[in-house]
Write a protein that binds this ligand. Structure first.
Ligand SMILES: NC(=O)c1ccc[n+]([C@@H]2O[C@H](COP(=O)([O-])OP(=O)(O)OC[C@H]3O[C@@H](n4cnc5c(N)ncnc54)[C@H](O)[C@@H]3O)[C@@H](O)[C@H]2O)c1
Length: 365
């Protein structure tokens, strides 16, 4: 496989660059690594992501995995120093680097913009994982003048990571990620930021809902400032639309909370419409590995807070022959118990509950 593809040079060996290099190494691809930070590239090499880049490397593909605000510069310089190679990048915004490259007259026939819709809240090679892209979408955004053979090479390399490749124009990509990625980041940050003013005993009541909604609030502020700035127009449009919706909710909730005694007509219906519209939007989110949305049934099991209990539960699920689709753990403040919510296909839920009960577990279905 590696012979057919040639050497892949990864420029920027942080979370995404190292994860990609690890995934390619696992498929036998020859990878060479470069990063302006000597410690970043050394860590990536030590993790098994490839060897240090050398001046005489014969490179078939360069992947630029640098911060968004330097991507256009780095792509331009890699195109110039590797005149035979195809160059791609992984930046989360796509129209801006393409605009910057064409504005300075760079020939983009060997450049294929790319963006894996996969990531983590942590940065750096230390957080890298070879399976980061498995089953995740990876969008390619070639320009009209990009050579189809260059696109094909990037597609073949990306598919080795287990990602699902799709293709769309850069502008369309940026409109899409404003809604599916960038506004969710802002929403998570805003909701989490509210918690700063909440007294400790109140925060202690936090449940799974809050954890789900704020998980990505732990993201890197520097990276996200660059991403939001790089896609500002599309993000602004999506945020204005969200603010209009929020204004409707605020007006309805204000009306419900008013002390006048007489409830404003239609306020409850307005609130119900917001929640129902959310149901419809949520039902459109694809399931695992990009498959059609699947409604799983949660089987809730009480897990004693003792070493080895969770492992014993997972063993019992495996013994019941049921595929675990998702698992959430909830710890209740001050109780020696955790709640494990095991998502399974609806048809498997009753059987699993029965077999766990037979094994002595306390199950809620
Ligand atoms: N973090 C995510 O979840 C995620 C997801 C998809 C795409 N991306 C994109 O991937 C890219 C890298 O993000 P990351 O999360 O791996 O960040 P990171 O901070 O983990 O790694 C970035 C690396 O780029 C290096 N770098 C800085 N300036 C450079 C330059 N001029 N040339 C080459 N390398 C340089 C840094 O030293 C660092 O090692 C960004 O463009 C980001 O938009 C990130």
């Amino acid at each position: 496989m590696s012979g057919a593809l040639g050497t892949v040079r990864v420029v920027g060996t942080g979370l995404v660059g190292t994860s990609l290099a690890l995934a390619l190494r696992a498929k036998g691809v020859d990878t060479v690594l470069w990063d302006p930070s000597p410690s970043a590239v050394a860590l990536s090499r030590d993790l098994g992501a490839g060897r240090f880049a050398a001046a005489d490397d014969e490179v078939a593909l360069v992947v630029v995995a640098a911060p968004p605000d330097v991507v256009a510069d780095v792509v331009a310089s890699e195109l110039a120093t590797h005149p035979q190679a195809v160059v791609t990048d992984v930046a989360s915004v796509k129209a801006q680097p393409l605009r910057q490259l064409t504005a300075r007259g760079v020939d983009v026939s060997r450049y294929v913009g790319g963006h894996p819709l996969a990531g983590r809240e942590r940065s750096g090679a230390v957080a890298a994982r070879a399976d980061l892209f498995t089953g995740r979408p990876w969008v390619l955004t070639p320009a009209a003048s990009t050579d189809p053979e260059a696109v094909e090479l990037v597609r073949r390399v990306v598919e080795l990571t287990g990602a699902v490749v799709t293709q769309m124009p850069a502008d369309e990509h940026d409109e899409a990620v404003a809604v599916v990625s960038h506004v969710p980041q802002v929403a998570a940050s805003l909701v989490a930021a509210r918690l700063r003013e909440v007294p400790e005993p109140s925060v202690a009541l936090a449940g799974q809902g809050l954890r789900d909604v704020t998980r990505i609030a732990a993201s890197d502020p520097q990276l996200w400032t660059q991403i939001l700035a790089g896609n500002a127009a599309a993000v602004a449009r999506a945020l204005h639309a969200l603010r209009d919706d929020l204004d409707v909710v605020i007006a309805a909730v204000d009306a419900l909370g008013a002390d006048s005694g007489a409830e404003a007509p239609g306020a409850r219906a307005a609130v119900a419409r917001v929640v129902a519209a959310g149901n419809e939007g949520h039902a459109r989110i694809p399931g695992k590995h990009g498959s059609a949305p699947t409604a799983y049934t949660p089987v809730v099991v009480l897990v004693p807070d003792r070493p080895g209990e969770l492992a014993r539960l997972l063993q019992a699920v495996g013994d019941a022959g049921v595929n675990l689709e998702d698992l959430r753990l909830e710890h209740s403040e001050g109780r020696p118990m955790a709640l494990a919510e095991i998502d399974v296909l609806p048809a498997a839920a009753a059987g699993l509950a029965g077999s766990l009960r037979a094994g002595g577990w306390t199950v809620h279905l």
